[in-house]
Design a protein around this ligand. Structure first.
Ligand SMILES: *Cc1c(COP(=O)(O)O)cnc(C)c1O
Length: 429
């Protein structure tokens, strides 16, 4: 797969190079160009999940990775179900939260982990170190994704005492190749330490240090796969009309993956960009002016983004032409009060949802035409928000067994002073 920088099409990379490189050298983001367009989408949709994933990844990455490797890697990364659940008249919910961290980020993170291990082995390296600073959720997804993956170790830095017990259980009880450090400081300290390590050639070089950053192109490719799966399940139900997809959006990686799937030939009538009170993108689409802002805290906290990192990728797909983008995109936002109403409405339809999914549902209902088939992407397991759902709606949600068990395991995190030298010592030691 050939990639170009969103800032300059002359800045190019292959997939395997970009995988471990972070952003493009000119500060842009990597995007495939050209984007492979499949002429046999009905055939692809008739394939079962695992076979289709291998086939799509092979068509995208076959010049760089063997088919057998892709098959093994995809089977391991995507080993959990992706059910499409009917909600009401031609409206469906695609449950993307059955992976180990109970959020859709498992797709991207698990694929990235295995692709990095593949690259590490190809380079003849013994071990690659993935370093992540987290305020909670990212650390959980990354730690779960890299756990027990050979050839990589994950180092998670988090602010001691400032993440939820559930989040801490997800990254600090694993052990093995996942090292958690409770930093005596704030999340900003964690980020400062991580930045210093990446900037220090004496650390970054020998450790083959990489970031498991959410802008990694591997994450987007993994997310393309479940858009195809939704379409496949709709067809299996006899629904052949191109659907709407409502995407609860923060950094807009998920929506970008949807647009890639569409560019690859997947029939999509339109996307719905659903935001919370962080309205940077809806305002851009309304007014034509892009104004980044500090983020506001909301119930759907993983979408609290004031300057979405993947938005330039979507603009790149449309060469900056907002009118062309608007032709296939609807958008809107819900504040917390409206999000609560959407949670109640979903509950009335027999669906216990999390606040992110509720935003996608609420905005979709404002933007869906009569009888249009539509899919809401459900990005987090409601049990992750058990406190809110208990307090607001008196719902009692049980954690899935694996997570409940993690909460009973001993924490294996080590304390770490918020000094760059201290991190260097543990990384190199
Ligand atoms: C990260 C996240 C989102 C936002 O996804 P983007 O790809 O950043 O737009 C939505 N819901 C949940 C639960 C998330 O964790």
């Amino acid at each position: 797969m050939r990639l170009v920088s969103t800032r300059n099409p002359k800045v190019r990379s292959t997939f395997l190079e970009a995988l471990a490189a972070g952003p493009a050298p000119d500060g842009g983001l990597w995007m495939p160009e050209p984007i492979a367009c499949f002429r046999d989408v009905p055939h692809l949709l008739a394939l079962p999940w695992a076979e289709r994933n291998t086939e799509i990844l092979y068509r995208l990455l076959g010049e760089e990775v063997d088919r057998a490797d892709l098959e093994a890697l995809a089977a391991e990364a995507f080993d959990f179900p992706v059910p499409l659940v009917p909600l009401k008249d031609r409206l469906f919910v695609l449950e993307l939260f059955h992976g180990p961290s109970l959020a859709f980020k498992d797709f991207g993170a698990r694929f990235l982990a295995r692709m990095l291990a593949h690259r590490t082995a190809r380079e003849g390296l013994k071990l690659r170190t993935v370093l992540v600073a987290t305020s909670g959720d990212t650390g959980a997804a990354v730690a779960q994704a890299f756990w027990k993956v050979k050839g990589v170790r994950a180092v998670v830095l988090y602010p001691k005492g400032r993440v939820s017990p559930l989040q801490e259980a997800q990254f600090a009880t694993l052990g093995g190749n996942v090292l958690a450090y409770a930093v005596e400081g704030s999340f900003d300290d964690c980020q400062r330490l991580a930045k210093a390590a990446f900037a220090d050639p004496a650390v970054a070089g020998p450790l083959a240090l990489v970031s498991a950053n959410s802008i990694n192109i591997a994450r987007l490719l993994a997310q393309v796969l479940y858009y195809f799966e939704a379409a496949a399940q709709l067809r299996a139900l006899g629904l052949r009309e191109a659907p709407l997809f409502s995407v609860p959006s923060g950094n807009f990686g998920n929506l970008c993956a949807g647009y890639l799937a569409r560019a690859m030939g997947l029939p999509v009538k339109a996307f719905v960009a659903a935001c919370n009170a962080n309205r940077t993108v809806p305002d851009h689409l309304d007014t034509g002016v892009y104004t980044p802002r500090p983020s506001l805290a909301t119930l759907s906290n993983a979408m609290d983004v004031g300057d979405p990192s993947n938005w330039p990728r979507i603009l790149h797909l449309f060469q900056g032409n907002l009118d062309e983008l608007r032709a296939t995109l609807r958008w809107g936002s819900l504040d917390d009060a409206a999000t609560r109403r959407a949670l109640w409405e979903l509950n009335g339809l027999g669906c216990t949802a999390d606040p992110h999914t509720a935003v996608a549902y609420g905005v979709l209902e404002e933007r869906r035409g009569l009888g249009e088939p539509a899919v809401v992407l459900a990005t987090a397991h409601p049990a992750k928000f058990a406190d809110l759902l208990k307090r607001d709606m008196n719902l009692d949600l049980a954690l899935p067994p694996a997570l409940a068990e993690a909460q009973t395991l001993p924490l294996q995190a080590q304390p770490l002073e918020a000094r760059e030298e201290a991190l260097k010592d543990v990384l190199m030691g």
